[in-house]
Design a protein around this ligand. Structure first.
Ligand code: NAG
Ligand code: NAG
Ligand code: NAG
Ligand code: NAG
Length: 429
C-alpha cells in the first residue's frame, strides 16, 4: 500500500515535470538575493557609495552570502536587477555595463561570485527599453542571450516594460527562452510575462511553464504590510488557476522577501516567511546583508521553513478557508505530511485563539488515523499527537502567522492501539 502510493506520487511528479521548461533547472524554487526592493535604481555612487548599484555591492553581498551561513541554507543566486547597464549598446551592438559602476565588467563579477561557490543573476527586458529606460532586448534576443552566456551568467530576470503588443510580449518571452537554450549554458529564466498580460488577457500557464522557470503574476513587492497582504489576497483569489501548474522546473513568483528591512513588524515578517514557504515561492531576499538584525537573519535562515519551501514533491500550497479574519493555508509535502499556516488578519487587538478540526487538513487525510504536529514559527514547539477527530487551538498575534507541520502516523505501535475497539482513541497517548 505504502509502496503503491510512493509510485503514484513519483509518476505524478514526472508527469508534472514533463510540462516544464526543459533546462534541468529550478527543480525546487531558486533561492538567493536580488537588489531591487532595497537598492532600487541608485546610481549615484559619489553620494551613496554603499547603496549604489555597482560591482562592489554585489561582491559584498556574495562575500556575506558565503561567510554568514546564507549559502549553507540554500541562498545561492546573487542577482542584479535593473540599472546595471550603460545607457547604450557597444559598437558590436552588445549590452554593456555602466563603466563607472562596473569597471571590471560582468565577466569578472561572475568569476568572483563563482569563486564563492555562488551563482550570478542578471536583468534584461523583452521590449525596447528596460523599466528604468536602459537598452531593452527587443530585436537582440540571440545576441543578448549569448552575451549573458559568454559572461558566465546563471539566471536572467526578464522584465516586460515597453513590450509593445501582447503578441510581441509572448513572442519575445518565447524567443528569449529559445535563445538562452541555444547558448548551451544553464541559465534560470525568470519571467514577468503573466504579470504584463493579466490586465488584458488570462495567461496560459501551461504555455508559460514551457518557457520559464518562474514567473511573476502580480505587482512588485514593497516594504509594507499592505504589499504583503495584497500579494496573499491576489494569490488566494487566483489559486484555482495558478496552484496546479507550479512544480519542479516552474514556479509562481510572488516576488522578493523584504524581511530584515524597515516596513514589516516581527509578526509580519513571520507571515511573509511562512507564506512564501507555503506558496513554494522562489526565495530572493532584498535587504542589506551588511546590517541585518539577528532575529530577521534567524528567520530567513530557519532550516525547517526552508525545507518546507524546498520540499521535493514541489506542490504549491493554497488557502483552505478564511473565517472571521483568520486564514488557514496548507501545503502538501513529501511523505504525506502537510505544512499548515494560520494567519491572523486582524489589525487590532492582541493575540487571538483560532480553533480548527484536524479533519479539515489534507482533505481529511493529514491526521488520519493520526499525526504528530510541530509548530515551526514563530517559535519551535511540539504539539504532540493528534487524531482525525482532534481540534487544534492556536494563538496568533495580529498580522502574524503560526506555521505548523503535520506528519501522518500510519502505523501506531501495537500497544498504543486499543485492540478490541474499532475506533482509535489517541487522546490518552
Ligand atoms: C535545450 O533544450 C533541449 C530540448 O528541449 C534540452 O534537452 C537541453 O537540455 C536544453 N539546453 C539547455 C542548455 O537548457
Ligand atoms: C521597438 O521600436 C521599433 C522602432 O520604433 C518598433 O518597430 C518596434 O515595434 C518596437 N518594439 C516593441 C516591442 O515595442
Ligand atoms: C521570434 O522568432 C521568430 C522566429 O525566428 C521570428 O519570426 C519572430 O519575429 C521573433 N519575434 C520577436 C518578437 O522577436
Ligand atoms: C495553452 O498552451 C498549451 C501548450 O502550448 C496548449 O496545448 C493549450 O491548447 C493552450 N490552452 C489554451 C486554452 O489556449
Amino acid at each position: 500500500m505504502a509502496v503503491a502510493l510512493g509510485w503514484a506520487v513519483a509518476a505524478l511528479v514526472l508527469a508534472e515535470g514533463a510540462g516544464a521548461l526543459d533546462n534541468g533547472l529550478a527543480r525546487t524554487p531558486p533561492m538567493g538575493w536580488l537588489h531591487w526592493e532595497r537598492f532600487l535604481c541608485t546610481t549615484d555612487c559619489a553620494n551613496t557609495p554603499h547603496a549604489c548599484v555597482s560591482e562592489q555591492l554585489f561582491m559584498q553581498m556574495a562575500d556575506l552570502l558565503a561567510a554568514d551561513g546564507w549559502k549553507d541554507v540554500g541562498y545561492e543566486y546573487v542577482c542584479i536587477d535593473d540599472c546595471w547597464m550603460a545607457p547604450s549598446r557597444d559598437g558590436g551592438d552588445r549590452l554593456q555595463p555602466d563603466p563607472e559602476r562596473f569597471p571590471h565588467g560582468i565577466r569578472q563579477l561572475a568569476d568572483y561570485v563563482h569563486s564563492k561557490g555562488l551563482k550570478l543573476g542578471i536583468y534584461g527586458d523583452v521590449g525596447n527599453k528596460t523599466c528604468a529606460g536602459y537598452p531593452g532586448s527587443y530585436g537582440h534576443y540571440d545576441l543578448d542571450a549569448q552575451t549573458f552566456a559568454d559572461w558566465g551568467v546563471d539566471l536572467l530576470k526578464f522584465d516586460g516594460c515597453y513590450h509593445g503588443t501582447l503578441d510581441l510580449l509572448a513572442e519575445g518571452y518565447k524567443n528569449m527562452s529559445l535563445a538562452l537554450n541555444k547558448t548551451g549554458r544553464s541559465i534560470v529564466y525568470s519571467c514577468e510575462w503573466p504579470f504584463y498580460m493579466l490586465p488584458v488577457q488570462k495567461p496560459n500557464y501551461t504555455e508559460v511553464k514551457q518557457y520559464c522557470n518562474h514567473w511573476r503574476n502580480f505587482a512588485d513587492v514593497f516594504d509594507a504590510w499592505i504589499s504583503i497582504k495584497s500579494i496573499l489576497d491576489w494569490t488566494a483569489s487566483h489559486q484555482d488557476s495558478i496552484v496546479d501548474v507550479a512544480g519542479p522546473g516552474g514556479w509562481n513568483d510572488p516576488d522578493m522577501l523584504v524581511i530584515g528591512n524597515f516596513g514589516l513588524s516581527w509578526d509580519q515578517q513571520v507571515t511573509q516567511m511562512a507564506l512564501w514557504a507555503i506558496m513554494a515561492a522562489p526565495l530572493f531576499m532584498s535587504n542589506d546583508l551588511r546590517q541585518i538584525n539577528p532575529q530577521a537573519k534567524r528567520l530567513l535562515q530557519n532550516k525547517e521553513v526552508i525545507a518546507i519551501n524546498q520540499d521535493p514533491l514541489g506542490k504549491q500550497g493554497y488557502r483552505i478557508t478564511k473565517d472571521n479574519n483568520f486564514e488557514l493555508w496548507e501545503r502538501p509535502l513529501t511523505g504525506r505530511a502537510y505544512a499548515v499556516a494560520v494567519v491572523n488578519r486582524h489589525e487590532i487587538g492582541g493575540p487571538q485563539l483560532f480553533t480548527f478540526a484536524t479533519s479539515i487538513l489534507g482533505n481529511g487525510l493529514a491526521c488520519n488515523p493520526a499525526c504528530s504536529i510541530q509548530q515551526i514559527l514563530p517559535t519551535s514547539e511540539d504539539y504532540g499527537l493528534h487524531n482525525w477527530v482532534s481540534f487544534l487551538k492556536v494563538k496568533v498575534n495580529p498580522t502574524g502567522t503560526v506555521l505548523l507541520k503535520a506528519a501522518v502516523i500510519e502505523e501506531l505501535p501495537e500497544e498504543k492501539l486499543a485492540p478490541k475497539s474499532k475506533k482509535l482513541s489517541l487522546d490518552t497517548l
